[in-house]
Ligand binder design. Structure first.
Ligand SMILES: [Zn+2]
Ligand SMILES: [Zn+2]
Length: 339
């Protein structure tokens, strides 16, 4: 039987092991993908540390996958071998339960599938995935360019386009890391007056290079006061993990403004009086489905939005993962298989 190499975790807190396995065959409704690139996302730590309830080991993480359809399972009619595809966090749903019937596929209560958690992900030379998880990848994007857009990209893009902000509205993007550097670009390209907020004067140049109309240094300025000088932000997307940094910005919301949390973060505080007196809200946003990923990729081609990436071969998965965990990567880390 032909073999492939994958990077697996075999116990909670375990190290990455590069192992040889048989190349899997796709079952009914699934396809096999020859993986070309896979981004490393902070959520992959849920697998590495075993923090996802019910997770079964060994497991191959990876939900920013880009590759080529290589084989079809029974009954697959919409996809062909040779097509370029991406697979993100949302790996599938039942289509029958009440949330699914309402179109809230992420809330599927019967058979929610998450790539790299419910089934093996993209840290390997091949993987199999349900067709519900597949997004078309446009020719204009290389595998390394497309991979981080499958989670970091879709999360920021989809949150912004569903945020209620309209062209010309003030939108704050808190944080200039893996999510934030994409969030600023998408916000600018959607026509929002985009205010980047981060720590330190040294980030101003980056913020402007990404297209931000204004930069607020939260170390020397009060971000809430600065946003209120602009009339308040219709939307603030919070991409950071620091609860205090988030709390310091909530006061920048305009009337009817929305504070949109998209980074898994510590607890934050917000003034109830401030919320109710201005009909303001705090909400979260989940990345999206394969169709949303496809839209993200198309919009990125249309507008030139790209992630800044550091690229490692699959063999160096341990170094690559550590680099992501260090918070020093500029800005996303992507594995390549050589395919
Ligand atoms: Zn992710
Ligand atoms: Zn369902």
């Amino acid at each position: 039987m032909p073999k492939m190499r994958v990077a697996q975790i075999s116990k909670p807190g375990g190290a990455f092991e590069i192992v040889e396995r048989e190349i899997p065959s796709p079952g009914p409704g699934w396809v096999r993908i020859k993986v070309q690139a896979c981004g490393i996302c902070h959520s992959d730590s849920l697998i590495k540390e075993g923090h996802w309830p019910g997770l079964q080991f060994p497991r191959v993480p990876g939900h920013e996958v880009v590759g080529i359809v290589d084989a079809l399972g029974a009954g697959v009619t919409q996809w062909k071998p040779g097509q370029r595809v991406g697979v993100g966090w949302h790996g599938g749903h039942c289509g029958q339960c009440d949330p699914c019937r309402n179109g809230d596929f992420f809330g599927c209560t019967t058979n929610l599938q998450i790539t790299g958690i419910s089934f093996d992900g993209g840290y390997g030379e091949y993987m199999i995935a349900p067709t519900l998880a597949l997004a078309h990848v446009p020719d204009d994007l290389s595998p390394v360019e497309a991979a981080p857009l499958m989670c970091a990209g879709i999360t920021t893009y989809n949150a912004l386009r569903n945020s209620g902000a309209r062209g010309g509205d003030v939108v704050g993007v808190l944080g200039l890391g893996g999510l934030g550097h994409l969030g600023v670009q998408y916000a600018v390209k959607m026509g929002f007056k985009t205010i980047a907020i981060a720590r330190g004067a040294d980030k101003a140049a980056l913020a402007h290079r990404l297209g931000a109309h204004q930069y607020i240094d939260s170390q020397t300025q009060d971000p809430s006061a600065e946003l209120q000088k602009l009339g308040g932000a219709k939307v603030i997307i919070a991409t950071v993990t620091n609860g205090d940094a988030m709390s310091a910005v909530t006061g920048g919301l305009a009337i009817n403004g929305t504070f949109l949390v998209i980074g898994a973060a510590q607890s934050m505080t917000v003034s109830p009086l401030f919320l109710l007196s201005g009909r303001r809200s705090v909400k979260g946003w989940y990345s999206g489905t394969a169709a949303d990923s496809q839209d993200t990729l198309k919009f990125s081609v249309l507008t030139g939005v790209r992630s800044m990436n550091e690229v490692y071969p699959l063999d160096q998965v341990a170094e690559a993962y550590e680099r992501m965990e260090s918070g020093k990567a500029r800005f996303r880390v992507v594995l390549t298989t050589g395919h």
